[in-house]
Every structure is written in structure tokens, then in C-alpha cells.
Design a protein around this ligand. Structure first.
Ligand code: IPE
Ligand code: IPE
Ligand code: MG
Length: 256
């Protein structure tokens, strides 16, 4: 397929919105995967069933993003504020993360997917930390799409950590106050080395960023769908890409 051809809808799509221009793909897609609990509630199921179903969606979307040539996909799995939830839900989420990492390693290897995480890992159960480290180890030579899972991640917390890092560099004389610029701050964040997200998707309709990638999304195109995460599918992803390809990104400049 040439760059100028349009990737055709896959069989489960019935809308022309499912077509997008592969020459205008976002390099980095970041997704706030919200609405698992509401999805379950609507079906009369316990909230955790929504999380389990959401894991299936993660698999589908990771595979599709890799297939169409996305450079980086960052998924918001668990925020630094999500510890406020009831303990049984937290236990389930931690177990699910562990299961996901173990189960998905073969797919990550098969698809040549690079793997990383952002967020404060040290507060996670040691079994989850272990599976994260193992997944990073197993995928270390991969060269394809980057998959980054934001786990116990908070944008403000990340900025606090970056400020502390920069302050200690100044204290030990490695850099001067005047040398602090945007690139010093960017490279002190967890996302060091990644391009900023071009497209920020949020599922389940909420019009907020909930402390996700606060510095990095300064010029991201925002796309919100009413669909809860367990119902987010390839057709919806393609619809977001189709809309994205029609956006005019001006970065403060004028219409080209
Ligand atoms: C997103 O779904 C998953 C996490 C935040 C861990 P929610 O659990 O927030 O689902 P809703 O928003 O309550 O429907
Ligand atoms: C954002 O969803 C965090 C994740 C998707 C992991 P929340 O459900 O925690 O966000 P709020 O509370 O509605 O802002
Ligand atoms: Mg939510």
C-alpha cells in the first residue's frame, strides 16, 4: 500500500469515518481509557468486569496501532489518584495488570513492540513491579511501535519529580539556573525521549484531562468519544484518526 492510499475499513466497520489517510497519522497517540465501571453498571455487572473487558480492548488497540504504523502509544491505566478507590477494586486492578503483562509478552515480542512505563513504580505491589521489569527485559531489543503504560501516574507528580531532579543537578553544579529551558524540563520527565502526543483520546465522554501528561499535551489534538473503553474498537480508533487527519494544527501560527 502506498502512503497516499487510504487504509480501508476492516470488516467490522460500517462508517466512512473509518477511513483515514495513512500519510497523516499521529506519531504519538495517548489514551485516557475511561468508563470501565459505567460499562459494567449498564450491563448489571460488577465494576471489575468492566476492567477485565477493558483489558481485551487494550489488546485490540495495541495490535491495530502497531499494524498501521503508529510510532508511540501511551495508555493511562492507573492514576496516582486512583488509590482512592475501594481496596477490592484496587486489588483486582493490580492483579489484572500483572495478568496483562504476563499474557501479552508473546504478542509484544511477535509484533516487535518496544515497552516502557511511566509513573511511580515503587508504590506498586512487588509482583507488578517484577512483571513490569520482566516485560521491559524481554522487549529490550524490539524496534517497532513503543507501548507505554501509565501506571500510578500523575502529571503533577511527574512535574514535582522533574523539578527535584533539576534542582539536584543545579546543586551539584552539573547545570546552571540559566540553562533551564523547555528541553531540560522535557528530558527530566518520565517521557524523556518520546515525542509529545499528537492525539489525545478520551473515552466515556468526560471533558477533562484528569492529571494525564500535563506538560506533554500542550498542543495535542483532543478527541473525546461517548463510548466507554470496553466498547472502543478498531472502527472508533479509525474514526479518531480520520478526524485527526482533517484538523489544522497551527501551533500558534496562522492558517497555512
Ligand atoms: C477507567 O475506568 C479505569 C481506571 C480508571 C482504572 P473507570 O473505572 O474510571 O470507569 P468509570 O469512569 O467509573 O465508568
Ligand atoms: C482517569 O480516569 C484515569 C485513568 C483512565 C486511568 P478517572 O476515572 O480516574 O478520572 P476522573 O476521576 O473521572 O477524572
Ligand atoms: Mg473513570
Amino acid at each position: 500500500m502506498t502512503r497516499s492510499q487510504t487504509i480501508q475499513k476492516t470488516s467490522n466497520m460500517d462508517s466512512p469515518l473509518g477511513e483515514f489517510d495513512p500519510s497523516r497519522l499521529p506519531a504519538h497517540i495517548a489514551i485516557i481509557m475511561d468508563g470501565n465501571g459505567r460499562w459494567a453498571k449498564l450491563k448489571g455487572l460488577p465494576r471489575v468486569e468492566g476492567h477485565a473487558q477493558g483489558m481485551q480492548t487494550v489488546r485490540t488497540i495495541v495490535e491495530e496501532c502497531s499494524r498501521i504504523g503508529i510510532h508511540q502509544l501511551t495508555l493511562f491505566c492507573f492514576s496516582s489518584e486512583n488509590w482512592k478507590r475501594p481496596q477490592p477494586e484496587l486489588d483486582f486492578l493490580m492483579q489484572l495488570l500483572e495478568c496483562y503483562l504476563v499474557q501479552e509478552r508473546p504478542l509484544l515480542l511477535e509484533k516487535n513492540i518496544r515497552f516502557s512505563t511511566i509513573g511511580r513504580k515503587e508504590m506498586l505491589p512487588s509482583s507488578v513491579q517484577h512483571e513490569i521489569d520482566e516485560t521491559i527485559r524481554v522487549c529490550r531489543d524490539n524496534t517497532g511501535m513503543g507501548l507505554c503504560l501509565a501506571i500510578n501516574y500523575g502529571g503533577r507528580q511527574e512535574i514535582v519529580d522533574a523539578v527535584q531532579k533539576i534542582a539536584s543537578l543545579i546543586k551539584d553544579g552539573s547545570i546552571s539556573v540559566n540553562s533551564i529551558d523547555e528541553s531540560v524540563i522535557s528530558s527530566s520527565l518520565n517521557t524523556n525521549g518520546m515525542p509529545d502526543p499528537d492525539l489525545l483520546i478520551r473515552t466515556a465522554g468526560e471533558m477533562r484531562v484528569s492529571n494525564f501528561l500535563l506538560w506533554q499535551i500542550s498542543y495535542a489534538e483532543i478527541w473525546v468519544t461517548e463510548k466507554p473503553w470496553p466498547d472502543f474498537d478498531i472502527a472508533t480508533l479509525h474514526a479518531s484518526l480520520s478526524d485527526y487527519s482533517k484538523r489544522e494544527r497551527r501551533f500558534g501560527g496562522l492558517k497555512s
